[in-house]
Design a protein around this ligand. Structure first.
Ligand code: NAD
Ligand code: TYD
Length: 379
């Protein structure tokens, strides 16, 4: 039996990863650590916590005593660190929180793992490590900065982050690699492109657009909508991380992406068209609409659901132009390839949101309304 310590387990990717582990590795145990900030929701882990294979602990990755206690009580073999402040726009508002959580929090976990996993010292003074352990840092392609119209990020692309968020993630990567080089700690890092799928907090582009469409609200697109992101279905990311944790080489960085570049404006148009199509084929789905206009035939109209909802708003400060990942290393070394096409993934995602409006309402009941007002000025 292996024990995973998954931090940030109540967030978007962390929760999908926990569900993946519990499904794929029946003999293994998952200890989940999450502070339950605005972005973390315990309801997301409903059915995953049983006190046996799935154990939940509420707390801060920056808490030294707690981290030591978790290593003492559960002796994890793997740490997979998802916990982070993750939203670029919020990092522009409050950079310091991002540095505290993403850099110092990661360093605190690295230290707790070091205290727990070191078994002695070799002849040169380097620590020796409990066999089979691994500290995995979940990172992002944003640490590489931005691309022009051509080219891809590889693992050797120099780090050149622009936003406080991506700078803090680059800091976390560098301290993780420093523990590799200084203490010969068994670490790995994955740098993934933009994820989408179930349990995505509705401050990020795709779930925010879905939420606004259902409410009949304007759809805010930054700048002219031509910025490009490389989208990956979250389960493909989870599978890539797990392959690296179990089979990746110690000390290596692996880029994860599915060659699925889209302009933001095209994403927004696709989401509108997909919801419209689903609600045309299955009129029963219209019951989740908050904008309720009669269609004159006893049903609910969706005539208003068009590209006219799109509103171009002031651009994000320092908005990175284009991200695109070259995933050839993880493919060549570990055989990983994404299995979900964007066409399938976006329909699955939208269907999930249409049938999980209770989840959306729950996560948007906290500071979400104030955040939205501050960010989009009531639009
Ligand atoms: P998220 O914001 O949905 O979840 C983050 C989770 O971390 C939340 O549950 C939150 O409560 C928890 N958390 C925050 N501060 C904490 C602390 N101090 N201690 C313990 N828990 C804390 O983020 P996400 O989109 O799931 O991203 C997860 C990780 O993946 C992040 O490290 C992010 O940088 C990285 N990543 C995200 C994407 C993406 O497209 N979303 C792409 C590549 C990499
Ligand atoms: P986001 O989901 O915040 O992810 P990231 O900034 O990490 O890539 O944004 C994805 C893209 O969508 C990014 O180019 C910014 C843009 N965007 C909008 O145009 N409107 C919005 O309301 C949001 C949240 C994002």
């Amino acid at each position: 039996m292996k024990t995973y310590l998954v931090t940030g387990a109540a967030g978007f990717i962390g929760s999908n990863y926990v569900k993946f582990l519990l499904r794929e590795h029946e003999a293994d145990r998952v200890v989940m650590l999450d502070l339950l900030t605005y972005a973390g929701n315990l309801g997301t882990l409903e059915g995953d916590i049983d006190g046996q294979r799935g154990i939940f602990i509420r707390g801060d990755i920056g808490d030294r005593e707690l981290a030591d206690r978790i290593f003492r009580d559960y002796a994890p073999d793997y740490v997979v660190n998802f916990a982070a402040e993750s939203h670029v726009d919020r990092s522009i508002d409050n950079p310091q929180l991002f540095l505290a959580t993403n850099i110092l929090g990661t360093q605190n976990l690295l230290d707790a793992a070091r205290r727990a996993w070191v078994t002695g010292t070799d002849a040169s003074g380097y620590p020796t490590w409990r066999p089979g352990v691994r500290f995995h840092q979940v990172s992002t392609d944003e640490v590489y900065g931005a691309l022009g119209d051509e080219g891809y990020f590889t693992e050797t692309t120099p780090l050149a982050p622009h936003s406080p968020y991506s700078a803090s993630k680059a800091g976390a990567d560098l301290i993780t690699l420093a523990y590799r080089d200084t203490y010969r700690m068994p670490v790995s890092i994955t740098r993934c492109s933009n994820n989408y799928g179930p349990y995505h907090f509705p401050e990020k582009l795709i779930p925010l657009i879905i939420k606004n469409i259902l409410e009949g609200r304007p759809l805010p697109v930054y700048g002219d909508g031509s910025n490009v992101r490389d989208w990956l279905y979250v389960e493909d990311h989870c599978r890539a991380i797990d392959l690296v944790v179990r089979k990746g080489r110690d000390g290596e960085v692996y880029n994860v992406g599915g060659h699925n570049e889209r302009r933001n404006i095209d994403i927004v148009r696709t989401v509108i068209a997909t919801i419209r199509r689903l609600m045309t084929e299955e009129p029963g789905l219209r019951s989740v609409l908050k904008r309720r206009e009669p269609d004159g035939r006893g049903g609910i109209s969706i005539d208003w659901m068009t590209d006219e909802l799109i509103t171009f708003v002031r651009d994000r400060l320092g908005h990175d132009r284009r991200y695109a990942i070259d995933p050839s290393k993880i493919h060549a070394e570990l055989g990983w390839l994404p299995t979900t096409t964007f066409e399938d993934g976006i329909v699955r995602t939208i269907r999930w949101y249409l049938t999980h409006q209770d989840w959306v309402e729950q996560v948007a009941s906290g500071d979400y309304q104030q955040y939205y007002e501050r960010m989009y000025g009531g639009r």
